[in-house]
Design a protein around this ligand. Sequence first.
Ligand SMILES: Cc1ncc(COP(=O)(O)O)c(C=O)c1O
Length: 397
Amino acid sequence: MNNNIRNEFPALKDKKVIYFDSACTTLKPYRVIEAMNEYYSFSGCHKRGSHSFSRKTTEAYEKGRDKVRKFINAGSPAEIIFTKNTTEAINLISYSFPFKKNDIVLTTNIEHNSNFLPWMRLASGKEIIHKILPVNNNLTFDLDILENVLKNNKITLISILHTSNLTGATFPVKEIISLAHRYGAQVLLDGAQSVTHHKIDIQNLDADFFVFSAHKIFGPPGVGILYGKKHLLENLAPFIVGGETAEDVNNIDFVISPLPDKFEAGIQNYPGVTGFSEAINFIENIGIEKIHQHVTGLNRYLTQKMSQENIEIIGPKDAELRGNIFNFICPKFDSIQLAQIIDEANNIMVRAGVHCVHSWFNQEHKSASARISFQVYNTREEIDIFYETFKKIMQYY
Ligand SMILES: Cc1ncc(COP(=O)(O)O)c(C=O)c1O
């Protein structure tokens, strides 16, 4: 990867910081910030006016929608609903899906809270049954266990990770979706981590719903999407109603707008969508395959170095299977304290804690782990600095 890429990020340009927390959120390049600022040079509301600022807003907003559509190869812009983030998109489904009493929603036992709590909430109100599928010991997915569950239960919706924020491992989603459909279940994929370095072809995957946030792919926080197959979205009730969600209203009733307006109530995050769109341009200029090779190459390099150390890697041992994530527990050291010392010693930012997967940490009686996650701007030199710092800490304490 070209080292100049660091200069495209204000957080890195001429600065001595090592940012290893891109699975939480990526840094933003100048071009994304500038694209967002462009909106503030005029301001307007989309679809709500015939004047030029309004038209300009509508054009940028709908261009953004089509950019996202192409990015994941969806068939129609009507299938792209802008949301606040992944979390809101999953909540939208949990509120709007036409569940019947005792319908079963299946998740794994390593989901992010955003794909766990919405189902727990419904289950605690007895609106659905939330069933939890255990993954393998190395936290990879077992298709046989899934098939067994599908054979013995009528599952309505499988809502699962595409790529895990705990391990970086990607589930065999094409096989999962095809199995699910064979047994009449629909599938919602949490793509928050997969979009960061995998090419998504939603029509090829045949996922029923797909969700992700712009901030994980160099875009701004506060905007994400829900993709849904058109006929399924048409069948969902709106989640929040208000401006733009109704075509006509009288004192008694209202007519719901067609897709995608039906789900986009109120003024939307226009600068966010413009930034999102520019973030996709940024990725496409580099090439998602190149990003994938770069981050997995860094993970191999770090894994090989850390193989000398007394640590437990969360997830598969093989770096190739862990994409851009190296999540570990050092028995000698509290992970949160370790992250603080590493930061103080050399401005190295790693994430420590339970990574919003409290349920798995509780199940395993583990308190926390330290997670390193890579993106295009990271280098082998940074890994060398991290490793030397880590070794010194281990020797010193
Ligand atoms: C796998 C996964 N799902 C969902 C989320 C939630 O994303 P957001 O906070 O952008 O809604 C995250 C964020 O870290 C994630 O990693």
